[in-house]
Design a binder for this molecule. Structure first.
Ligand SMILES: NC(=O)c1ccc[n+]([C@@H]2O[C@H](COP(=O)([O-])OP(=O)(O)OC[C@H]3O[C@@H](n4cnc5c(N)ncnc54)[C@H](OP(=O)(O)O)[C@@H]3O)[C@@H](O)[C@H]2O)c1
Length: 298
């Protein structure tokens, strides 16, 4: 089986380039090989490879900057995935794509399921929703995974920023009224590999149905709760000296950002778990596993 992976240097793409290895031949591309700001250039790249599976981990993920660059974000997050979907349909390939909790407005009091109506509150969310719709209307075989609050042991992310700040400062003020599920890129990639393996088997027996699934770690917290857990785990590691003494919880109103964020980002996992026979681990368990990589605590 040939798998064409786009975005090999991103948080999720990096982990996918590892987790997909046992499934077949992986052709992993970076921005220099395939530029998603030029959607018209992508069809030829896919046709040259003729993959059985396309996995798209590319995205314009700069949520605040997207407010100023929505046209570019739309090309990367929607128009290019639409081209990949068209090519997947031609080749009868499976397209795997990622979306976000930010398609929702966050006003719901309980976790969002896949039947809840999206209503993005920022440019990034609008472009990601347009990407979902481009794929869903293409007629290709697809899996779309909406995930949230992604972190990894490499790249730019909240976990690494908090670890750095906790080594430099005695006090931090972190937003405590936004709720979501921190999810490691490794968990997303490992789960994707299992889902791809099952889906390819289903496709061979004509038993495959395309679908959109929520894919996060289980349980939820706030950015403040996430930070406290990061510091607790780092603090228990003798080789990781911390300066931090206090993590203060603040409301969103005290941390204004160019892009509005949903207050409630919790996603239900039942559809994913039932379809693929999974039991998603808690966000605390995944965080501990990821931090073992960083602090050297194996
Ligand atoms: N990060 C989160 O908190 C979060 C939350 C919810 C959902 N998601 C979704 O999860 C998926 C994976 O996100 P991630 O966290 O792994 O993102 P990431 O670390 O920001 O990686 C994004 C990748 O896209 C590439 N890229 C950006 N613009 C490109 C362009 N014009 N042409 C080609 N490649 C381009 C980047 O290339 P370079 O390496 O060259 O920059 C990078 O490899 C995305 O669909 C994202 O929307 C992420």
């Amino acid at each position: 089986m040939k798998i064409l992976l786009f975005g090999k240097n991103g948080q999720v793409g990096w982990e996918l380039n590892r987790s997909l290895q046992p499934l077949g031949e992986i052709i992993a591309l970076a921005r220099v090989d395939a530029d998603f700001s030029r959607p018209d250039s992508l069809a030829d790249i896919v046709q040259q490879v003729k993959p059985d599976v396309i996995v798209n981990a590319v995205a314009y993920t700069a949520v605040d900057k997207a407010e100023q660059e929505e046209a570019l974000a739309l090309k990367v997050n929607a128009l290019s995935p639409g081209v990949l979907a068209g090519q997947a349909k031609k080749l009868k390939a499976l397209l795997v794509h990622y979306s976000t909790d930010y398609v929702f407005d966050g006003k719901k009091e309980s976790p969002y399921d896949e039947t809840d109506e999206p209503n993005p509150v920022n440019a990034y969310g609008r472009t990601k929703l347009a990407g979902e719709q481009a794929i869903q209307s293409s007629g290709c075989d697809y899996l779309i995974f909406r995930t949230s609050w992604v972190y990894a042991s490499r790249g730019n992310n909240f976990l690494l920023t908090m670890l750095k700040l906790a080594q430099e400062r005695e006090e931090l003020s972190i937003v405590a009224d936004q709720t979501g599920s921190p999810t490691s890129a490794r968990l997303i990639a490992d789960t994707t590999a299992l889902c791809v393996q099952q889906s390819v088997k289903e496709k061979l027996s004509d038993g495959f149905a395309s679908g959109l699934y929520h894919l996060t770690a289980s349980g939820c917290t706030s950015w403040h709760g996430f930070t406290e857990e990061i510091i607790k785990l780092a603090g228990s590691c003798p080789d990781f000296p911390l300066k931090i003494k206090q993590v203060k919880g603040i409301p969103t109103s005290e941390y204004p950002t160019p892009a509005k964020r949903p207050m409630n980002s919790q996603l239900t996992l039942t559809k994913l778990e039932n379809r693929f026979g999974l039991e998603m681990p808690s966000w605390k368990k995944s965080l501990a596993l990821c931090m073992g990589n960083i602090t050297g605590d194996h």
